[in-house]
Design a protein around this ligand. Structure first.
Ligand SMILES: N[C@@H](CCC(=O)N[C@@H](CS)C(=O)NCC(=O)O)C(=O)O
Length: 214
């Protein structure tokens, strides 16, 4: 195989929500790529050489460019091909999507981590953090009461970027999630979890070893 024929390589961890959204964007874009499943406790040297910060996902392009932020990987994939229109032709909508994603990646993730893993932090009350996270889900519910997806009647970047984190929240206590007065959000989550796209990117892979062909 000559170097030009090596497709983009995605270092990924199946259960990582950031890696999930990157895999979903790559899959929908139909850009040829290979996935290398890694163990977070034993990251491959090739991945760390490409991106020393040591987080997944990492995309290594055939020309050796490295993209090591999941949102940048999503945007790169959609810039190659966006057959389902996940990016809008309106700058205002793209801006509004980015703002919603920032809240998810910032303050929602902050509360989610403290709710799920209170022992990793000092003086943290998981119930308080859960309450804060629930408040942040309310604007998503309002949007979804108006249309099936966050920005209209078709899936877009914001849905895919945010869904893996709402899924983590729901899975932390599925009964409590079902009891929330957020029926549109519950329907939206179920739609994503049962989607062909999500289930395709969640297929189990064996851990990549440097001697593997791809
Ligand atoms: N901002 C990064 C965050 C990625 C991230 O934090 N990934 C986690 C796994 S979900 C990770 O690789 N953590 C490093 C580790 O656990 O060693 C992105 O969006 O790609």
């Amino acid at each position: 195989m000559n170097p030009a024929s090596i497709p983009p390589i995605l270092y990924s961890f199946r259960r990582c929500p950031y890696a999930m959204r990157a895999r979903m964007a790559l899959n929908v874009s139909k850009v040829d790529h290979v996935i290398r499943e890694v163990e977070l406790k034993n990251k491959p040297t090739a991945m760390l050489q490409a991106s020393p910060k040591g987080t997944v996902p990492v995309l290594v392009l055939p020309d050796d460019r490295v993209i090591d932020e999941s949102l940048d990987i999503m945007r790169w994939a959609l810039a190659q091909n966006d057959p389902e229109g996940w990016l809008s032709s309106s700058d205002a909508i793209n801006q509004a999507m980015n703002e919603l994603i920032s809240i998810n990646d910032g303050v929602f993730k902050f509360h989610l981590d403290r709710m799920k893993y209170p022992n990793r932090y000092d003086g943290v009350d998981p119930v308080e953090h859960r309450d804060e996270a629930v408040k942040l889900l309310a604007p998503l519910e309002s949007r979804l009461q108006n249309h099936a997806y966050l920005f209209g009647n078709t899936p877009m970047l914001a849905d895919v970027a945010i869904f893996p984190f709402v899924r983590q929240f729901a899975h932390a206590d599925t009964e409590a999630f079902s009891a929330l007065p957020y029926s549109a959000l519950q329907t939206w989550l179920m739609k994503w979890e049962t989607s062909v796209l999500f289930n395709t990117v969640m297929i189990k892979r064996s851990v990549w070893k440097p001697n593997d062909l791809t």
